[in-house]
Design a protein around this ligand. Structure first.
Ligand code: PXG
Length: 435
């Protein structure tokens, strides 16, 4: 790779370090990537939580190619193409009951901005325009645009960018290692954390609060699971105060937790739900917001010739993305992938929790086919041990993801048991070497 790497400013990357020792991917198939030199890499993170059905799936590849030749673009404003409707219908069929409208975006970040704007506009069109406040949660990740950053709760992502949106507040995060470390599945302690929303209601008054946004399982911050009863309680508090509940299912959507959406796994239905990533199996950028009829219908009151919601993107419902998403849903249906994590989660949990007792491992968390292994930080160098483990796994031919000193696993849902074994074996060896 003698190529000059200067021009590409890489996202969320240590650019100078990367360019000294680049990690390049050239090809992918099924559970694997290959480097330009032909080294095989087992994909332990579905690319970046998105390639849920595995790489280069024939139906998806073909659908994208055919779509590009047939209709490459269709303007989405005051125009449409058939697959946009077909996909929305197919999505509503697998969505939690009640979420029956779909608004398309091009990424998770855009889906979040869209959902926040929908929430504000919903209250306003109903004559409840004082509800302008948005509530997020500490350690939350909702993408990198200004709305998502504002409700997000990861300091490194926020601190450089000024005051962000006004009128935003945050409830406490749910992480409680003292009581919950090494829990298999949902932790037992911490449902009362949802009551923190009551604190903010007492402070700001419910009449000023539009919506609360949370990830049902927080991913980017290092895999934090909702304590048993927590999401139910959050739902009840929102209902009590007329606050919309938004689930950001960008990583939990499309089978990751054992059902199509985490809302179904946990039996709690939000008013708005953001998705992306697995929607197109990561093949073409696409996101979406699911909304209830009640939210959608609130916009439908004015004169029929007027635009109801002044929002959308040039590439909303892009034909290639719609084709990829339809083929993804078909592949998932053919192979039962949206519920496959249920069958594998016991095996996956056992394998992952076998790492308990290794040096520096301070917590292990899992649900469906999501796993998090937390390590104690090297003194004075938070994140360094995690990064060393990531590099060690890469050298051994396994791709994992680290955020700080948490190793996150989210393999494609087509993973087989021997591949789970390999993933965990390589990770365990890396942990020992980096201890
Ligand atoms: N919401 C959630 C919950 C996410 O996880 C986004 C929004 C933003 O999506 P886009 O498509 O705009 O990136 C995400 C993205 C990680 C990691 O290492 C996770 C994401 C992105 C990058 C890294 O966990 N999730």
């Amino acid at each position: 790779m003698a190529r000059n790497m200067d021009a590409y400013w890489m996202p969320f990357t240590a650019n100078r370090q990367f360019k000294k020792a680049p990690r390049l991917l050239a090809r992918s198939q099924g559970m694997f990537f290959w480097t330009p030199e032909g080294r095989q890499i087992l994909d332990g993170v579905a690319g970046l939580w998105c390639v849920n059905a595995g790489h280069a799936r024939p139906k998806i590849v073909q659908a994208i190619a055919e779509q590009a030749a047939e209709l490459d673009f269709a303007p989405p404003f005051q125009m449409a193409h058939p697959k946009a409707f077909e996909l929305a219908e197919a999505l509503v069929r697998i969505a939690p009951a009640g979420l029956s409208k779909v608004f398309y975006t091009n990424s998770g970040s855009e889906a979040v901005e869209t959902a926040l704007k929908m929430a504000l506009a919903y209250h306003r069109v109903r004559g409840d325009g004082s509800r302008t406040r948005l509530i997020g949660r500490e350690r939350g990740y909702h993408g990198v645009n200004f709305g998502g950053l504002s409700v997000g709760g990861i300091a490194a992502n926020r601190k450089m960018f000024g005051t962000l949106l006004p009128g935003v507040d945050h409830i406490r995060h749910t992480h409680d290692p003292l009581r919950n470390a090494f829990t298999v599945g949902q932790p037992a302690h911490g449902a009362e954390g949802a009551d923190d929303l009551e604190r903010l209601v007492a402070l700001h008054d419910a009449s000023t609060i539009a919506a609360v946004i949370v990830e049902p399982v927080a991913g980017s911050t290092g895999v934090l699971l909702p304590p048993k009863g927590y999401l139910e309680r959050l739902r009840a508090i929102c209902d009590r105060h007329g606050i919309l509940l938004i689930f950001d299912e960008v990583i939990t959507g499309f089978g990751r937790t054992g059902q199509a959406f985490a809302a179904q796994t946990f039996g709690v239905t939000p008013d708005l739900m953001t998705v992306a990533k697995g929607l197109t199996n990561g093949c073409v950028p696409m996101g979406a917001v699911f909304a209830t009829n009640a939210i959608h219908d609130a916009f439908m009151g004015g004169p029929e010739h007027l635009i109801e919601f002044f929002h959308g993107y040039t590439y909303s419902a892009h034909p290639l993305a719609c084709a990829a998403a339809l083929a993804t849903l078909e592949t998932c249906a053919d192979e039962g992938l949206l519920t496959r994590a249920q069958q594998l989660q016991g095996y996956f949990a056992d394998a992952l929790h076998s790492l308990k007792g290794l040096p520096k491992v301070i917590d292990i968390r899992n649900l469906g086919l999501v796993g998090g292994v937390e390590l104690s930080a090297l003194p004075g160098e938070p994140g360094q041990r995690g990064f060393n483990i990531f590099l060690d796994c890469w050298e051994q031919g396994v791709l994992v993801r680290t955020t700080g000193d948490v190793v996150a696993l989210s393999p494609p849902l087509i993973i087989e048991k021997p591949q789970i074994d390999r993933l965990v074996e390589v990770l365990g060896a890396a942990i020992k070497r980096c201890a």
